[in-house]
Ligand binder design. Structure first.
Ligand code: NDP
Ligand code: GDP
Length: 333
């Protein structure tokens, strides 16, 4: 059985990837931080096949131990401070975990993996946020980076150090430059889930308004379940490389809000939505749209779930989730 170590197992992508690798017959190991992390218990319950190993991206020794214990064929480095807004308030922590954390994981793999007959393969979760103030549209693997947040800057460092380790030590290390991807497991702090959850709660009478920042920015949103397949495909190739993973379609926040409210049967969404500068950022990424031709041609990857079905899936989940928490019967919408 192939073995995989996934950092960020308690996050959205970690959960999708764990499920996917399990169906592929992998022994899945997941890195969990903290001394009694409640998210670790949730993983034990929902994914009993995952073997949890302790470790923190800030602590190289713990990462070396995690790699030793799991002895993986493939390492997927998904752990990070992943919320752009938070990265402005905790820039140093973001640089340490989202940036330097990549270096530490690479070192752990280099140190432990050096003793193995078959070199470990390494996947890094790079981000479209690296394109920031975009230099060209759509963005490809060759588009120069211009990050607009401490998160974006940290991801650029992570991306560049992966390329450097690949070239310096001949490591099989790949970066997936993934555009925004969402789903029912997305954190409530991200705009899609904040909106689908609010639409569901407003429909159920549990909430009366939705407070947002900008409605004008555009994102290329895909489904997380599709995107983890691209991560795996990258590590199955003969040569390591970097790939953009995106749908190639972009929408405004406003369109997304309209769609989510329409899903719950509310036509006049504007009466529930208020804008507040509290949710705007010191610097914004106005437009993202990716060209995933390379992933399509070389990996044979393409997205399966489109934007409308993604929002529909998230609203349906949130309606049921919120209704069951409140002991309400889910309305027909
Ligand atoms: P999440 O925020 O859902 O998950 C982040 C994970 O990182 C959690 O499991 C968290 O653990 C873990 N983590 C945070 N700090 C540490 C630490 N110090 N040591 C060990 N683990 C830590 O992110 P996603 O699943 O959405 O994203 C996965 C990766 O992909 C991230 O690197 C993200 O930046 C990147 N990415 C995501 C995109 C998206 O649209 N989702 C787009 C492009 C890139 P805990 O739960 O215990 O806090
Ligand atoms: P990001 O693309 O990784 O920053 O993902 P987010 O979901 O956090 O944000 C996507 C876009 O939505 C950004 O342009 C945000 O500024 C914008 N946005 C507008 N209002 C909000 C809000 O209330 N919360 C969040 N998270 N983003 C918002």
């Amino acid at each position: 059985m192939p073995r995989a170590l996934v950092t960020g197992i308690t996050g959205q992508d970690g959960q999708h990837l764990a499920e996917f690798l399990h169906t592929k017959g992998y022994d899945v190991f997941g890195l969990v931080k903290g001394q009694n992390n409640p998210k670790g218990d949730a993983i034990r319950k929902e994914f009993p096949f995952v073997q949890l190993v302790p470790g923190d991206l800030a602590d190289l020794t713990s990462l070396i131990q995690a790699v030793e214990v799991s002895a993986p064929d493939e390492v997927y480095n998904l752990a990070a401070i992943s919320f752009v807004a938070m990265s402005f308030n905790q820039a140093e922590l973001t640089a340490n975990l989202t940036g330097l954390g990549v270096l530490r994981m690479l070192e752990a793999v280099r140190i432990v993996g050096g003793n193995q007959a078959n070199p470990m393969r390494f996947y890094q979760a790079s981000s479209s946020e690296m394109f920031g103030k975009v230099r060209e549209t759509p963005q490809t693997e060759r588009t120069p980076f211009h990050p607009r947040s401490p998160y974006g800057c940290a991801k650029v460092f992570g991306h560049d150090i992966v390329v450097n380790y690949r070239e310096s030590y001949d490591m099989f290390a790949c970066s997936g430059i993934l555009f925004n991807h969402e789903g029912p497991r997305r954190g409530l702090e991200f705009v899609t889930r904040k909106v689908t959850n609010a639409a569901a709660r407003i429909k159920l009478g549990l909430q009366h308004e939705l407070v947002l920042g900008t409605l004008d920015t555009k994102r290329d949103w895909g489904y997380a379940g599709d995107y983890v397949k691209a991560m795996w495909l990258m590590l199955q190739q003969d040569e390591p490389d970097d790939y953009v993973v995106a749908t190639g379609v972009t929408h405004t926040i406003e369109t997304m809000v309209e769609l989510a409210f329409t899903e719950v049967g509310i036509a006049d969404w504007r009466q529930y939505v208020r804008q507040d500068p509290r949710f705007t950022r010191p610097a914004e990424v106005d437009l993202l749209i990716g060209d995933a031709s390379k992933a399509r041609d070389k990996l044979g990857w393409k997205p399966e779930v489109d934007f409308a079905d993604l929002i529909k899936m998230m609203v349906a989940h949130d309606l049921q989730w919120e209704a069951s928490k409140a002991g309400i019967t889910t309305p027909d919408v």
